[in-house]
Design a protein around this ligand. Structure first.
Ligand SMILES: Cc1cc2nc3c(=O)[nH]c(=O)nc-3n(C[C@H](O)[C@H](O)[C@H](O)COP(=O)(O)OP(=O)(O)OC[C@H]3O[C@@H](n4cnc5c(N)ncnc54)[C@H](O)[C@@H]3O)c2cc1C
Length: 460
């Protein structure tokens, strides 16, 4: 019996034979996640059902020094669940119980495999809101959201995933279970491990239960849009809005490439001659929403917006937001390969960054549309190309290297929400510096002395 067969047998003894897969169909399906151009072949796929089973799997893997790659829905865009050194993909999708939604403490308790939208729906049924809303929310899992520290369209006002994690149960390599945090507003007992696990990308521990903060649902919401001749005008409008004392729930932008692609695809009446489009939104009670939307509109006009429009009904507001939601599918139609990237700059540098992206695209003869969370300074330059054109793929890699270098130069970040994974590991030291990266490695070793958790990623 070879090493993988004997590992298979031991793991089947823990989770049941039906929950360990190594048939070619499963190995192929779990060789990739949502990240283009990245793949790695796992040896086994294991589907645990409880914390005890996760602990037993990690004990066996640690003894055998076999890599373990935790995985939720596999929607990440940084190669975070690609098995670069083979090993076990630990798929947490069977741990999908929503255990409690408590209106008194404003918390939800769930296993990591619960889909984001299931918690949103359960909270909404009780008049509550779970604000983090990544674009992948119908598919992605809460465990994956915490491990990536995901953001979404509401992050400007409500924050990102780390702002909603109150308590975490997690299993360390070797099988030790730790619990950090509580249903508390204040707690400073010890290092804040639950925060450390936010954005740890499956490299420190496997999260097995989460207690997440909810907020009362706002009574209503409203949406508007403003066209600008130049992206620099839209960027100035963002600064003016945010310094006016209004904190919008949504402040998104599309450049001219994205406006054109969305209109071509969705035909919703966008103005294709505009250089940029801002989509803004507010929630709260009706007078606050009306007041804030008017102030945002005035700020846009003061920076030269050509045309500002506020939706007059929830249906119309939904249509305006449709323009933002349609960007990715619209761009994807333009080429067989869509590389959606992620970089953040200080808000005051958005226009400079987008100018740079457009210059890089021209120089490398690439089609790159940029959209993103303007209020957060979080941009998604997205290249569309023919996957069979190897030269174009190489040019796209060079273009993104230049884009990340510029983000660092502008005191920004190589990733605002999609994570480092394998695709940005080479850029991490450029942003953080060698001493910082060395400290990350020492933290990794403290959690995972044998380096079995998601090797080849953060901390490697
Ligand atoms: C169309 C589309 C839109 C998107 N929109 C957004 C967006 O608006 N905002 C945003 O931030 N991201 C977005 N993403 C990226 C992605 O959806 C998020 O990163 C999401 O949180 C990943 O969740 P997942 O369940 O798919 O995790 P996976 O992809 O399975 O895993 C992600 C990482 O988490 C680790 N992990 C998973 N579960 C656990 C666990 N229980 N314990 C420890 N580690 C674990 C994995 O090892 C991996 O490193 C989008 C992706 C797509 C495809």
């Amino acid at each position: 019996m070879n090493a993988i067969d004997s590992l298979h047998q031991r793991l089947a003894g823990v989770v049941g034979a039906a929950n360990v897969r190594h048939d070619s169909g499963a190995l192929l399906s779990y060789a990739r996640d949502a990240t283009p151009l990245q793949r790695g072949n796992p040896d086994l796929i294991v589907f645990p059902h409880s914390t005890d089973e996760v602990a037993a799997v990690l004990r066996i893997a640690d003894e055998a020094r076999v890599p373990v790659i935790p995985r939720g829905a596999g929607t990440n865009l940084s190669g975070g669940t690609v098995a670069v050194n083979g090993g076990i993909v630990l798929a947490l999708t069977r741990m999908n119980r929503l255990l409690e939604v408590d209106e008194g403490d404003l918390v939800a308790v769930c296993q990591p495999g619960v889909r984001t939208i299931e918690l949103e729906d359960a909270a909404s049924a009780k008049g509550l809101l779970f604000p983090p809303d990544p674009g992948s929310h119908t598919t992605s899992t809460l465990g994956g959201n915490v491990a990536e520290c995901s953001g979404g369209l509401r992050a400007l006002k409500y924050g990102v995933m780390r702002d909603y994690v109150l308590w975490v149960e997690a299993v360390l390599p070797g099988g030790v279970v730790i619990r950090s945090g509580g249903r508390l507003v204040k707690d400073v007992a010890g290092y804040d491990l639950r925060r450390l696990l936010c954005g740890s990308e499956g490299t420190l521990a496997v999260m097995t239960e989460l207690t997440l903060r909810l907020v009362p649902a706002p009574a209503c919401s409203g949406t508007g849009m403003a066209y600008f001749a130049e992206l620099s005008d839209a960027a100035r409008a963002v600064s003016r809005v945010l310094s006016s004392g209004v904190l919008p729930v949504t402040l998104e932008f599309l450049d001219d490439v994205c406006i054109d692609a969305v209109e071509e695809y969705a035909q919703i009446g966008l103005n294709r001659t505009a250089g940029a489009l801002l989509i803004f939104g507010q929630d709260g009670d009706q007078p606050t929403v009306d007041h804030d939307l008017t102030r945002i509109a005035r700020s846009c006009e003061a920076e030269g917006a050509r045309n500002v429009h506020i939706a007059s009904s929830p249906e119309e507001a939904g249509e305006l937001l449709q323009a933002r939601r349609a960007v990715l599918p619209s761009l994807s139609r333009l080429g067989g390969l869509t590389i959606l990237e992620d970089a953040t700059v200080p808000r005051s540098r958005i226009a400079e960054m987008v100018d740079h992206i457009q210059a890089v695209a021209r120089r490398h003869r690439l089609k790159i549309g940029t959209f993103g969370h303007a209020g957060d300074g979080n941009l998604h330059p997205t290249a569309v190309l023919d996957p069979a054109d190897e030269d174009a793929v190489r040019r796209a890699e060079l273009a993104f290297e230049e884009i990340f270098a510029k983000a660092i130069e502008l005191h920004g970040s190589i990733t605002g929400e999609h994570g480092v994974g394998i695709v940005k590991l080479a850029f991490l030291e450029r942003q953080l510096g060698p001493d910082h990266v060395a400290l990350l490695r020492r933290i990794k070793t403290a959690f995972d002395p044998h380096g079995i958790l998601n090797p080849g990623k953060l901390g490697s």
